[in-house]
Design a protein around this ligand. Structure first.
Ligand SMILES: NC(=O)c1ccc[n+]([C@@H]2O[C@H](COP(=O)([O-])OP(=O)(O)OC[C@H]3O[C@@H](n4cnc5c(N)ncnc54)[C@H](OP(=O)(O)O)[C@@H]3O)[C@@H](O)[C@H]2O)c1
Length: 374
């Protein structure tokens, strides 16, 4: 990786994902020269801790992307749609956490362990998947080494931090109020979340699935390059602060033993097998919180299908489900020499001076600073 330092922007720096991104940038020793922290007007002037010092938060605005090399956008689809093209025009690589561009054909949707090579055809924007998609596609890619995946059924148990900082506060405050016998506020979800489970994540579509469930299917197919993979998801919100869990049933083209599946999962980077049911050892959101790995356990042959495997996943949605995956995408881009960007930018060099990105990297040969508007 380059020793040249980068100017980094974080849009949504005060949010659930943005705060973790700041922590990880510091902890993972990314080569950061300068951080531009942006959020809404509400947060302008706030100070966020970074590297023993403080970073001032500014109200997000296009002109703040001048001299920015990489912009992480973790705010909302509307903010991404407004600001990402502006950042790209000014020569930044945008790594977007939201859903705005995920299914655009010219935007790679990347989990580096699964399809890191896709960063090579970025044209200024790379998206990360939904926080439920990431752990699932990692497990599926691992198992594909043993047999072909023919069908996937998954149910999620998603923490409130997947909705953002406001939902975390709502769970906390509702829990306190209910335990004290007081009335409670309900603003974020259609029902109370404390001491409850909601079989609805996002709005319903025609046909009965939710937007979140459809996202999981569409995104998994794109990342795995399997556009017709049969898949059905049920997404459920649970009263957990951080980390999502998933129960997956996977059918293959041949019978796969539990030990074969375990061996395939154990050797996949970023997956950690935690699976000793006789001692009640299995992945749990409580243990996944603050961890980088995706944890997998309860690996067993599906009693209802001769070629099926059932398993259970847990993953910190703010880390591997969001901020960590975004930072790993930056690592992958730098490793593959695909940052591209302004010809004059001293981003990194290989000792031969810098130049436009090589063919096939950064804009498929188009220098990002020349990207068309809109
Ligand atoms: N949470 C997850 O597990 C997860 C996982 C994967 C992807 N994502 C995606 O990441 C993004 C952020 O999610 P989050 O959970 O961090 O949400 P969040 O906690 O609600 O944070 C939202 C952030 O966006 C900022 N913001 C709001 N309006 C803005 C505006 N007009 N201009 C600039 N900044 C604005 C907020 O600033 P203020 O503090 O000033 O309001 C805050 O920093 C979303 O697109 C989400 O889909 C989240």
């Amino acid at each position: 990786m380059s020793t040249h330092h980068l100017n980094i922007a974080i849009v949504g720096a005060t949010g659930a994902v943005g705060r973790v991104a700041m922590q990880l940038l510091e902890a993972r020793n990314h080569p950061v020269s300068h951080i531009v922290a942006m959020a809404s007007a509400r947060s302008a002037g706030r100070k966020l801790p970074y590297n023993g010092s403080e970073v001032l938060v500014a109200e997000a605005a296009p002109e703040l992307f001048h001299s920015v090399d990489v912009a992480f956008i973790s705010a909302s689809s509307a903010v991404s749609r407004e600001l990402a093209p502006e950042a790209v025009k000014l020569g930044a690589l945008v790594i977007d956490d939201g859903s705005a561009f995920r299914m655009e054909p010219d935007v790679p949707l990347v989990v580096p362990e699964v399809n890191g090579e896709d960063v090579e055809w970025h044209q200024g924007i790379i998206s990360i998947p939904n926080c439920t998609t990431t752990p699932l596609v990692m497990a599926l890619r691992a198992l594909e080494k043993a047999a072909t995946v023919e069908r996937v059924t998954v149910a999620t148990y998603q923490s409130v931090s997947g909705t953002g900082a406001a939902a975390q506060l709502e769970l906390y405050q509702q829990s306190q109020a209910i335990l004290a016998g007081r009335s409670y506020q309900q603003n974020v979800y259609p029902h109370r979340i404390a001491f409850n489970v909601l079989p609805q994540v996002d709005d319903f579509l025609d046909g009965g699935y939710t937007v979140e469930e459809q996202k999981m299917v569409n995104e998994s197919r794109k990342i795995l390059h399997a556009p017709h993979l049969p898949m059905s998801a049920t997404c459920v919100r649970v009263p957990v602060q951080v980390s999502h869990s998933e129960a997956a049933h996977i059918e293959f083209n041949r019978p796969l033993s539990a030990s074969e599946a375990r061996a395939a999962l154990e050797t996949f980077p970023g997956l950690a097998v935690v699976d000793d049911p006789t001692r009640s050892v299995y992945p749990m959101p409580h243990h996944a919180e603050g961890q980088d790995d995706v944890f997998v356990g309860r690996i067993r042959e599906d009693a209802s299908h001769p070629r099926g495997i059932a398993l259970w996943l847990a993953c910190d949605n703010l880390r591997k489900g969001a901020a960590l995956n975004a930072l790993q995408i930056l690592d992958e881009v730098v490793r593959r020499d695909c940052l591209g960007g302004r010809p004059t930018s001293p981003l990194y060099s290989k000792g031969e001076g810098q130049g436009p990105p090589k063919q096939g990297c950064g804009s498929n040969g188009v220098v990002r600073g020349d990207a068309p508007e809109g």
